[in-house]
Design a protein around this ligand. Structure first.
Ligand code: SAH
Length: 396
C-alpha cells in the first residue's frame, strides 16, 4: 500500500539560528542574554550594545574593553555577522540603492535618498519579496520568500550609516568610528519602512528593529522620524493601534484609489478589507498618531487620476489631520499602467488643494537605477540577483 505523505508548503518563516544575531536584540533582550546565557554582569550588555550598534563591530575581538573569556563566550553563543553588500547603485540625483545578500542567500534592497545637504532618508525592506500582489508594484512580481529578522532590518540601517560615515570621513573631517552620528556632516535623519515587503505583515521584528535603532546607545534615530507604511492590512493596523509603538512612529497608509472598484483592481488586499474597513481602522489610531498621518496615493493614468478622484479623496480623508503624498506612477516592465501626463497630475493636485487637502507631489527619486517607489525588484527568479558584478547606474 502506498503511504499517503502530506505535502507541506515550504516554510516561509524567519530562520531561527541557534546562536542569536546580537544585532537583532533590544537592549533589554541583550541584558537577559548576557546575564542568563553568558553569566556576565548586566552592565556588560550596555558595552556590547554600543560595540554592536555604535561602532558596528562585526567581530568580537574588536570589543577591547571586554575581558577575553567573555569575548570567547560571545563568540561561542552569539552571531555578529552582517548582511553582505552585493551592489551599490548611484543615481543621477544622488539617490543610492544598496543591494544586500542575506546569510541564506536572498537579496534585498534599501534606498538612501538625500533630503538636503546633510540629511538622508533611508527606505528599508521588511520582507524578501511581498505577498500583497499590488498590481502597480514591481516587488509584487517577486515570489514572497520570507519576512526579515529584526537584525536584518537593523543592519540595513547600520550599513547606510557606514556609508554616510565613510562619506563624512572623505569630506576630510576627523570622524572616528566612535563619534556621535549627530556630529557627522552627513547623517541619517529619517527611516521609512517603504522598501520591499509589507511591514505590518512582519510586526514583531519591525517593532524590535525600531526599538533598537532608536536606542540612545545605538544609532539613536529619533522615533518621530520613522514612518511605517502599510498597504492596508486592517487587523494589523488594529494591532498597531493598540501597541505603544503607534504613539512613537508615523504611519503611512497606501490608499491609491477612491472607490472599492478601482482599489479592488489595483490592490487585491481591498477585496478582503475594503475602503470603509480601512478608514475605520485608521480612525481607531491613538489621537496623536491620527493627527500625524500620511496617506500615499500613486497616480495611475486614467485609472485613479480623474478630477472626481481628487474630490472623492477629499471626502474620504478630510476628517483626518493628514497629509497626502501623491506619487506619479514609476513605470517598470511588470505593471500595465502609465504615468499620467503633467497636465493630469497638475489638475489632480489643483482640485485636491482647492478642497483643502495637504497634498505633496513626490518627484521620483533614483528612477534611473530602479530605486524609485515600487521599482524595487531583482532580476532573475525568486528575488535572486544575478551573479554578475553590478555596475553603477544599471537599471533593474
Ligand atoms: N507595503 C507597504 C510598503 C511598500 S510600498 C505599502 O504598501 O505601503 C511603498 C509605497 O510605494 C506605497 O505607497 C506604494 O503605493 C508605492 N508604490 C508602489 N509601487 C509604485 C510605483 N510603481 N510607482 C509609484 N509608487 C509606487
Amino acid at each position: 500500500m502506498v503511504a499517503l505523505v502530506p505535502i507541506r508548503k515550504p516554510a516561509r518563516g524567519i530562520p531561527r539560528p541557534l546562536r542569536p544575531n546580537l544585532r537583532g536584540l533590544t537592549r533589554i533582550q541583550l541584558e537577559t542574554f548576557v546575564t542568563s546565557k553568558l553569566g556576565a554582569p548586566r552592565f556588560r550588555a550596555d558595552q556590547i550594545f554600543e560595540w554592536v550598534h555604535r561602532h558596528r563591530a562585526s567581530d568580537v575581538h574588536e570589543m577591547t574593553n571586554l575581558p577575553k573569556p567573555l569575548r570567547s563566550l560571545i563568540d561561542e553563543h552569539a552571531d555578529l555577522r552582517r548582511l553582505e553588500r552585493h551592489g551599490d547603485f548611484v543615481a543621477r540625483d544622488g539617490t543610492r540603492k544598496l543591494r544586500l545578500r542575506t546569510l541564506d542567500g536572498h537579496y534585498i534592497e534599501s534606498v538612501l535618498i538625500p533630503n538636503d545637504q546633510r540629511g538622508f532618508t533611508l527606505c528599508v525592506s521588511s520582507q524578501v519579496g511581498c505577498s500583497m500582489t499590488c498590481r502597480f508594484c514591481a516587488t509584487a512580481s517577486l515570489t514572497f520568500e520570507r519576512s526579515l529578522a529584526a537584525w536584518e532590518i537593523v543592519d540595513q540601517i547600520e550599513q547606510a550609516q557606514d556609508l554616510l560615515e565613510q562619506a563624512s570621513q572623505r569630506e576630510g573631517r576627523d570622524h572616528g568610528r566612535s563619534d556621535d552620528p549627530e556630529s557627522w556632516p552627513y547623517r541619517l535623519s529619517n527611516v521609512v519602512y517603504m522598501g520591499m515587503g509589507e511591514p505590518l505583515h512582519n510586526f514583531i521584528p519591525v517593532k524590535a528593529s525600531v526599538e533598537i535603532v532608536t536606542d540612545p546607545k545605538g544609532a539613536a534615530i529619533t522615533a518621530r522620524r520613522i514612518t511605517i507604511s502599510t498597504s492596508g492590512l486592517v487587523p494589523a493596523i488594529e494591532r498597531f493601534s493598540r501597541d505603544p509603538l503607534s504613539a512613537q512612529v508615523g504611519l503611512a497608509v497606501s490608499l491609491n484609489a477612491t472607490t472599492d472598484d478601482v482599489r479592488d483592481d489595483v490592490m487585491p488586499i481591498n477585496l478582503k478589507w475594503p475602503l470603509l474597513a480601512l478608514l475605520n481602522a485608521v480612525r481607531a489610531l491613538p489621537d496623536a498618531r491620527r493627527r500625524d498621518l500620511t496617506f500615499e496615493y500613486v497616480l495611475l493614468s486614467e485609472v485613479n487620476d480623474f478630477e472626481d478622484d481628487a474630490h472623492r479623496l477629499a471626502d474620504l480623508v478630510r476628517e483626518f489631520d493628514c497629509h497626502i503624498n501623491v506619487i506619479p506612477f514609476n513605470p517598470h516592465p511588470h505593471a500595465p499602467y502609465k504615468r499620467p501626463s503633467s497636465n493630469r497630475v497638475r489638475r489632480f493636485m489643483d482640485v485636491a488643494k482647492r478642497r483643502g487637502l495637504r497634498v505633496y507631489l513626490r518627484t521620483p527619486r533614483g528612477d534611473d537605477i530602479g530605486a524609485a517607489c515600487g521599482q524595487l525588484a531583482l532580476e532573475g527568479e525568486s528575488g535572486q540577483a544575478p551573479a554578475a558584478p553590478l555596475e553603477e547606474g544599471r537599471t533593474t
